[in-house]
Write a protein that binds this ligand. Structure first.
Ligand code: SF4
Length: 319
């Protein structure tokens, strides 16, 4: 069996926009996620993080490239063949309120995936399972018949997490799961995600623009810019010795740990990012990079091993 739970091979996703133009949301991304690890995915808003998460979950299909789950390509699979794997791959949303039907009680919201996947027989068994899940996410049984509007943001995120783990998944994409919450509540949810990961043997892709959050939770970090991977490597190695100029920008601009910076979008570089409908030739970062050389505008740097990380920069060794 593959040592990797998930693999992306040269994943590319374009979306049509007006006229003949296309947004290049994800461009040629290859990465692996090992069984039981948390890969943190970080970058500015609009860099393709969420699109990559949805590609890995097969919620959208790539323009080219493929995704492998436990060594098996899921990209060309029929819906029928993929169906048993769908349960193993779940999503926790940024805004749990938007993902919870306001007309359903907490009991019914969490029971829905259990019933859909026929994981329990009979109403009583389903309710018992919901109570166990509420307990697992730190909510009391007395909340069973309340509705989403009766909960705080943090409690609603706990309900969203309970729904995701209800089907005993192997892999969860957490897409900015704490960015809409107050800092004190963020910490509680991060600790909950950490505890659930170890008690249930979960694997996470943790998407965030918040570097301190990513560092707290992740075994490895992947930095994206304009739909491409700039740098990927073990968390502490990347934080201690960032190699790519963009990773350095992100880290230099955010003294860590700094809770006061949490919840803010990263807008740290001079000027606006280049347009994803018209990405620059060569290195996608060259229009903003203080180390750019003429070669950078001509030649796209491949990801290569440098130290413990992989870095897409022609000159990373000398920086
Ligand atoms: Fe900067 Fe050139 Fe490296 Fe790109 S390849 S990050 S432009 S130095």
């Amino acid at each position: 069996m593959s040592e990797f739970l998930l693999q992306a091979r040269e994943l590319t996703k374009d979306f049509p926009v007006s006229g003949n133009r296309r947004v290049h949301a994800v461009s040629g991304v290859s990465l692996e996620i090992r069984d039981g690890e948390t890969l943190g995915l970080v970058g500015e808003s609009g860099c393709g993080k969420s699109t990559l998460g949805r590609l890995l979950l097969r919620l959208i299909h790539p323009t080219s490239g493929e995704v492998l789950f436990r060594g098996q390509s899921i990209t060309g699979m029929s819906e029928k063949a993929f169906h048993p794997l769908r349960r193993q791959m779940q999503l926790v949303f940024q805004d749990p309120y938007a993902s919870l039907d306001p007309r359903m009680s907490v009991r019914d919201l969490i029971a829905e995936p259990i019933i859909n996947w026929r994981l329990c027989d009979g109403r009583e068994a389903v309710t018992q399972k919901v109570v166990e899940l509420l307990e697992a996410v730190g909510l009391q049984e007395e909340f069973l018949y309340r509705y989403p509007h009766q909960f705080s943001g943090g409690q609603r995120q706990r309900i969203g997490i309970a729904r995701a783990i209800a089907v005993d998944p192997a892999f969860i994409v957490c897409d900015e799961p704490v960015s809409a919450l107050d800092v004190s509540v963020q910490n509680q949810i991060l600790n909950l995600l950490k505890a659930l990961k170890s008690s249930r043997g979960l694997t996470y892709l943790f998407i965030s623009h918040d570097l301190s959050v990513v560092r707290y939770l992740s075994d490895r970090i992947c930095v994206m810019f304009l739909g491409k991977v700039c740098e990927i490597g073990p968390t502490e190695a990347v934080y201690r010795h960032p190699r790519h100029p963009y990773t350095r920008f992100l880290l230099d601009a955010v003294p860590l740990p700094d809770p006061s910076l949490r919840g803010k979008e990263l807008r740290l570089l001079e000027g606006e990012p280049p347009s994803p409908t018209n990405p620059p030739p060569g290195c996608c970062f060259h229009t903003r990079c203080p180390h750019a050389q003429p070669r950078c505008a001509r030649e796209a740097p491949p990801l290569r091993d440098i130290g413990e990380a992989q870095v897409a920069c022609h000159f990373a060794e000398g920086l």
